[in-house]
Design a protein around this ligand. Structure first.
Ligand code: PNS
Length: 162
């Protein structure tokens, strides 16, 4: 069975991530969304909140939502899946992704990365910008799935833009 792991911070899940998941499902029979639980970094949503939001936004039975701590190569080895999927938005993503892919392959020679270009509608969307806009009461409608929009509204009630 063709399985791929889609790792990331997903803090929070955006429509860009959703587009990669949906398109990934046209190529793979199963896709594991692996949420990084990084105790060294302060996240906006807890790993439990992030995984719950992803599960709710991706009810497809071919999508498994999981979390991991530590090195990605240790997680992929435990899962017995050595292929990951990553989205590329722009040239600016390339350098980091190139480093990540090569370091992971250095750590595990069986490891491989498949890159998918994000769609035109989501190339400018990042979790970091969504967090920033939402935290100042800006409208992130259309950038994130409806359940994430509601979760952000609960954390940061919208302002009138002034
Ligand atoms: O969504 P992100 O934050 O760009 O995802 C980055 C992620 C989670 C894929 C990457 O930081 C990662 O794999 N972290 C786990 C720790 C690790 O394996 N680091 C070494 C890779 S060079």
């Amino acid at each position: 069975m063709a399985i791929v792991i889609y790792p990331g911070s997903f803090d929070p899940l955006t429509n860009g991530h959703l587009s990669i998941i949906q398109r990934g499902l046209t190529m793979f029979e199963k896709l594991v969304v692996a949420v990084l639980n990084n105790p060294r970094k302060q996240a906006m949503f807890t790993v439990e909140e992030r995984t719950a939001l992803i599960r709710e936004a991706c009810p497809d039975p071919r999508v498994e939502v999981d979390s991991f701590q530590g090195l990605l190569v240790h997680y992929t080895r435990r899962k017995g899946v050595h292929l990951i999927l990553r989205g590329l938005r722009a040239v600016s993503d390339f350098e980091y992704e190139f480093q990540l892919a090569n370091m992971n392959r250095k750590l595990d020679p069986h490891f491989d990365t498949v890159f998918m270009m994000t769609g035109q509608d989501s190339f400018y969307i990042s979790s970091q910008l969504v967090r920033e806009v939402a935290s100042w009461g800006g409208d992130v409608g259309g950038l994130v799935p409806p359940n994430v929009f509601r979760a952000l509204r609960e954390k940061f009630p919208a302002t009138n833009g002034s």
